[in-house]
Write a protein that binds this ligand. Structure first.
Ligand code: AMP
Length: 219
């Protein structure tokens, strides 16, 4: 099955993608993770993308389409892929339609996580990560035992540069301008399922798991 997972920043795309991937054996492809890895590895793409990402802006379409296309063509995506964070603009969606046709792997399902703004802001601006073990905390919703320090290894927790309130305002604006309208394109194809993403991990996961089990049973 080929799936897109969509939703505003903080809607839980990353968490749900990991669960889908683990439980259904589908390869998770996150455009944001691809960029962050390129930045970490100091590649030319990473250097081009860094400035946009830190300001909360979208990386230009041509760079983004190229990096995702390359990843989708790898062998572990042959049995299905779960795209997280791509496409994010109508231009990307149309470019991806051509890729879908080229590789003959159409999107079967678009999971759209719906979360209200106030909660999105809390989830993103409160998010902190351990640079060593990658554990995620939230200073409002799931704080570490000791302020600013990872429970598992005692390292100082970090905030992603694009998780500040300033960068988040830009990211939300980009979402409203470019990504939200793009969803209509998939709605017209009749493959979008809206999921209430405002609960904790368990209730949101339950909805997605049941949806996917239903779809698998129909295949
Ligand atoms: P994410 O982890 O999905 O929130 O992505 C982090 C950042 O990477 C975004 O704020 C953008 O700057 C960039 N990015 C990720 N995916 C895309 C995309 N499909 N188009 C443009 N920029 C993207």
């Amino acid at each position: 099955m080929n799936i897109l997972i969509m939703g505003a920043p903080g809607s839980g795309k990353g968490t749900m993608s990991r669960l889908i991937s683990e439980n259904f054996g589908i390869t998770h492809v996150s455009s944001g993770d691809l960029f962050r890895q390129n930045i970490k590895d100091d590649t030319p793409i990473g250097n081009q993308a860094r400035e946009f990402i830190e300001q909360g802006l979208l990386v230009p379409d041509d760079i983004t389409i190229e990096i995702v296309k390359e990843r989708i063509l790898e062998f572990d995506c042959e049995q299905g892929f779960l795209l997280d964070g791509f496409p994010r603009t109508s231009f990307q969606a149309h470019a991806f339609e051509r890729i879908e046709k080229q590789i003959n792997r159409p999107i079967d399902l678009v999971i759209n996580l719906v979360v209200d703004r106030e909660l999105l802001v809390k989830r993103i601006t409160g998010r902190r990560m351990c640079p060593v073990c990658s554990s995620i905390y939230n200073i409002f919703l799931s704080p570490p035992k000791v302020k600013g320090v990872c429970d598992k290894d005692g390292r100082t927790l970090l905030q992603r540069p694009d998780d500040t309130l300033e960068a988040l305002s830009v990211r939300l604006e980009q979402y409203d301008t470019h990504t939200q309208p793009m969803l209509e394109y998939y709605r017209e194809r009749g493959i979008v399922k809206d999921i209430d993403g405002s609960g904790g991990v368990e209730p949101v996961w339950k909805q997605i798991k049941e949806l996917m089990e239903r779809l698998n049973a129909q295949e």
